[in-house]
Ligand binder design. Structure first.
Ligand code: WTA
Length: 655
């Protein structure tokens, strides 16, 4: 499949150089590539240019304990002060930090001065609830400004936040709270989703019932829905902030002080708590917001549509743009509520100039039709960005033509939760863009594509995407599991960071990311682990065994397809009552309950056997062939090669 996509991609030779006017005003220039030749000196310059340090650093990079890096040794700073206070001190307190738009249509503009007030009060509230430097705080919220306030209040205290996506289930929240041993959780009564309130507090009550490390719950009132209340444990956010001291003196933390943990799916069932620290992370976020997203804080209105529950929301809603003092849009809801032109209406209304979204959203908008964007004035847009999965050249072309008015550059940015910030992208004022290619490592970063043995492949060939040297925003490990960090990222190719993606270099040296080569799926830009969903399925009393694959899907990039073997009692019951469809619905809901609705399989196929090698390993490649309705590949390594016939015959009658 990868080869097929690739040959299509490699025939893609349209290029789009930036307009002269754009290039002349762009923050990112050709010189950056030259300056980055001495990468330590380069990153030291960026760290001093973009951040305010309370104590300057000495050594730039300490790699003596590789693969755990230390950046900007001895430097001290406060991330929240860098994102808020210093903009107020510089006289920009009246600048809007957030144009918030709720799904029901309520709006709130929050200036940097107001944000400053809120963050200080929230920091004081957390202190009163017993949060100390180093304690973890879980954040489980919809896309509302308080999410940003809560994150920055944690940063201000040096209390690492662990944001859990509001779409995750109570069980997923429970395991993340337990792994990070969070002391406080910040949540809301609910948020608005697809036209109606969607509750959050009940999931928190459930997640912290029984044994838990959580001592207090701060609850933001968003929907006004009834909530259960535990006196002494639960506190209303608005009451607590109102009562709190309005000022809070921020402390400086070491450059390597932990800033946050963010859980992401890996190849095993257990999500990994990716650990990021302060100075290096913030440097690379600010630098990339400036040179890749070309944010000009005085004039731009920037909008990243990601949820703060994902790394894109951390780096490109909170830390990057706010370190620059940018003005941005924050929107609570879905792009099609109450109508399919909602995003474009917001862009026209707020005069958004830089827009950053995901290919899956672009494909959905393509499907809905051009009439929706065409009904709005999108002439304020001057730069578009894409992230989360490979963007098909057709989607890229549509994005540029329909949304960008055939005028705007597009930056296709490759990076990961683990990399913390953008690693590969065109520079919008420099690079002649190629639809579908993420093109080049940004200045200061060294990427490569290697073969099975770790040897660099020549231009025109494919292999595994690796990172050749440490970068400031790199993860500092997996929370509580250093061995797993080494094993996952550094064992495959000694001395190289293995990203888990396949990629190819074209004959011009441009990078084409092809997608994951491990057991991680990418569904609508969300990372899901096959093993995690398999474990969820097997935890259902009627399931004996499960195998999950990511099948290519025109809309979501990949879709979850599950093959399950039922326990014998369940098989006869389903047969007798003719309840096959009901059972499948029950299993899909079970996965939603265990992990979250985003993990629901598109399809669940009940089978009698699964294809296994002689050593008992499930051959997902063959199941993917079935799921993608292809001729089934080589079955010679199967312990029993008739299994695939059995699966196919079993499925055929149903189509
Ligand atoms: C994929 C999201 C192709 C890739 C920031 C990576 C991409 C995973 C791109 C990380 C892109 C991200 N082109 N693939 N521009 N951006 N990916 O951790 O497979 O949620 O490994 O971080 O998304 O997903 P994560």
């Amino acid at each position: 499949m990868a080869e097929e996509t690739l040959s299509n991609l490699l025939q893609e030779d349209r290029t789009f150089p930036p307009a002269d006017e754009f290039a002349a005003a762009a923050n990112g220039t050709q010189e950056l590539y030259d300056q980055a030749a001495d990468s330590d000196a380069f990153w030291a310059d960026q760290a001093r240019k973009y951040l305010t340090w309370d104590t300057d650093f000495g050594e730039v990079l300490d790699w003596s304990e590789a693969p755990v890096a230390k950046w900007f040794i001895g430097g001290r700073l406060n991330a929240a002060v860098n994102c808020v206070d210093r903009h107020v001190e510089a006289g920009n307190g009246d600048r809007v930090a957030l144009h918030f738009i709720g799904e029901p249509g309520d709006t709130r503009d929050i200036t940097y001065a107001e944000l400053h007030d809120q963050v200080q009060r929230a920091a004081n509230v957390l202190v009163e609830l017993g949060v100390q430097t180093g304690d973890r705080v879980a954040i489980y919220l919809p896309m509302i400004p308080e999410a940003v306030v809560a994150m920055l209040a944690c940063a201000r205290l040096g209390a690492p936040h662990s944001v859990v996506f509001g779409g995750f289930s109570a069980d997923a929240l429970r395991s993340r709270i337990a792994d990070g041993e969070a002391k406080v959780v910040v949540t809301a009564d609910g948020g608005y989703r697809r036209g109606k309130p969607s509750a959050l507090k009940p999931a928190v009550d459930d997640a912290i019932s029984g044994e838990t490390t959580i001592e207090h719950v701060l609850v933001i009132r968003r929907t006004g829905s009834e909530v259960d209340w535990t006196e002494g444990r639960d506190h209303w956010w608005h009451e607590a902030l109102e009562a709190a001291e309005p000022t809070h003196e921020a402390e400086s933390f070491d450059s390597e002080h932990p800033l946050f943990i963010l859980y992401t799916s890996g190849t095993t069932g257990k999500p990994k708590g990716i650990l990021h620290t302060t100075g290096g992370y913030l440097t690379q976020c600010a630098y990339t917001s400036h040179v890749v997203h070309d944010v000009h804080p005085e004039t731009d209105v920037y909008w990243c549509t990601a949820d703060i529950g994902w790394v894109t929301g951390h780096s490109y809603i909170v830390y990057g743009p706010m370190a620059l003092g940018a003005t941005q849009v924050m929107y609570e809801g879905t792009p099609d509520t109450p109508h399919k032109g909602r995003w474009w209406e917001i862009i026209a209304d707020k005069k958004v100039s830089v827009f950053y979204t995901a290919p899956t959203a672009i494909r959905a908008c393509m499907k809905w039709g051009e009439e929706f964007p065409n009904a709005h004035d999108l002439s304020s847009l001057r730069l578009l960005g894409s992230v989360g999965e490979p963007i098909n050249p057709e989607a890229w072309m549509w994005y540029r033509r329909v949304i960008g008015g055939d005028r705007t550059p597009i930056v296709d940015t490759w990076w990961q939760t683990e990399t913390g910030a953008i690693m590969a992208s065109p520079l919008p004022g420099v690079t002649a863009a190629r639809p579908g290619s993420t093109q080049l490592a940004i200045p200061g970063v060294e990427l490569d594509v290697v073969d099975e043995t770790g040897k660099s492949v020549p231009d025109g060939s494919g292999g595994y995407l690796v990172i050749r040297k440490p970068w400031p925003a790199m993860l500092r490990g997996i929370w509580g599991d250093l061995e797993r960090y080494k094993e996952t990222y550094w064992a495959r190719f000694p001395g190289l960071y293995f990203a888990g993606d396949g990629a190819k270099k074209d004959t011009d040296g441009n990078l084409w990311v092809l997608g994951r080569v491990d057991d991680v799926m990418n569904v609508s830009g969300h990372r899901l682990s096959t093993t995690e969903i398999e474990s969820a399925l097997v935890s259902h009393p009627k399931v004996a065994e499960a195998a999950v694959v990511g099948a290519t899907d025109a809309m979501t990039g990949q879709a979850v397809v599950a093959f399950v073997i039922l326990r014998s009692e369940a098989v006869s019951e389903a047969d007798e009552k003719g309840e096959g469809a009901e059972l499948v619905a029950e299993l899909r809901n079970h996965v939603a309950k265990e992990i979250g609705p985003i993990a629901k399989p598109r399809q669940i196929l009940v089978v009698a056997e699964l294809p296994k090698t002689r050593s008992g390993k499930i051959m997902r490649r063959l199941l993917r062939d079935v799921a993608e309705k292809r001729e089934v590949g080589d079955v010679t390594t199967l312990a029993d090669s008739s299994v695939m016939d059995l699966i196919k015959t079993g499925l055929d009658p149903a189509g």
